[in-house]
Write a protein that binds this ligand. Structure first.
Ligand code: 5GP
Ligand code: ZN
Length: 143
């Protein structure tokens, strides 16, 4: 199912050109037009889904099942020191394209252009606070 006004659906359909890395019946992988680091790849399900909240489990499963082989291809070619997987959901979390996507960002060292520099928050919550938060969330996880 594709959405008329979705640029990633247009990329899957070939209406918008992209630098394709991999494609099969379930997923499409292509270079991010803005390469945070060399080899920065987006992997998307062919089924349009807005973000993680609206993603059926089977679509999530099919998407994530392809990640290791694509990540290993990037690793084999560019031999990065590491790799970050990133998924932004909703505007407040920096989602700018509303078709689920996973960023694969190979890492070449601390000054490679990637930056999410959170500092430690280890003293923000007590062990009791953590137990309470875990309980509140855990009770809402659907069976
Ligand atoms: P988000 O901010 O939603 O997590 O990531 C969206 C990503 O899509 C951005 O990193 C942006 O550079 C990339 N992007 C937006 N439009 C296009 C496009 O037309 N082609 C490609 N290849 N990437 C795009
Ligand atoms: Zn779409």
């Amino acid at each position: 199912m594709s959405h008329d006004d979705c640029i990633f659906c247009k990329i899957i359909d070939g209406e918008i050109p992209s630098a394709k890395v991999y494609e099969d019946e379930k997923v499409y992988a292509f270079l991010d037009i803005s390469q945070v680091t060399k080899g920065h790849t987006l992997v998307i399900p062919k089924t349009h889904t807005k973000n993680i909240y609206e993603t059926p489990p089977e679509v999530a499963q099919e998407l994530f099942a392809r990640i290791p082989k694509i990540a290993n291809a990037i690793k084999d070619v560019y031999q990065p020191q590491g790799m970050n997987l990133l998924n932004n959901n909703e505007k407040a979390a920096d989602q700018s394209v509303f078709h689920l996507h996973l960023h694969l960002i190979p890492r070449y060292g601390k000054d490679d252009g990637y930056a999410i520099n959170w500092t430690t928050h280890v003293d923000d919550y007590s062990q009791e606070d953590l137990q309470q938060i875990a309980k509140e969330i855990g009770e809402r996880v659907q069976a």
